[in-house]
Design a protein around this ligand. Sequence first.
Ligand code: HEC
Length: 132
Amino acid sequence: MMSGGTGWGAGAFRSNGERIYFTATSERGTAITYTGGPASSGWMMGSGQLACASCHGTDGRGGVHRMGMNQVMDAKDIRWSALQGEFDLEKFRLAVVKGQDPDGTQLKSDMPRWTINDDDLADVIVYLKTLP
Ligand code: HEC
């Protein structure tokens, strides 16, 4: 079974955080949705739903994606080893849910604004901590 258009089956994951990272679905059955993202600037990721891995990569290190003619999206490194220091659980939540950077500015709209509950978010962090 394909899940969410990201090409991975839901049974393929070792943890719920890993599943959310790759599929934006939770084993809790809670809904994970988003608004925004680069669709408005013409960037298409197939027909499926976006998940963190679509932009931040299978290794969490982010990377540059070309969108359309001249547009480039630079997704950040979100391995916990890269985020820690600047981010804690609450700051991570504000970034993912509200697009609020710890420095007080708004993240670019290429980063979707997510609706995700605190338990699922905590699972994502547990997963990000496992990334080398
Ligand atoms: C459509 C592409 C896309 C998807 C999907 C996406 N992101 Fe992002 N994300 C970005 C971009 C681009 C940035 C950088 C925004 C900026 O520079 O203002 C970003 C920034 C972030 C940041 C801030 C990092 C920093 O150092 O400031 C966090 C945290 C983050 N994303 C977490 C997530 C999580 C967790 C998910 C999955 C639930 C996710 N993102 C899904 C594109 C994406």
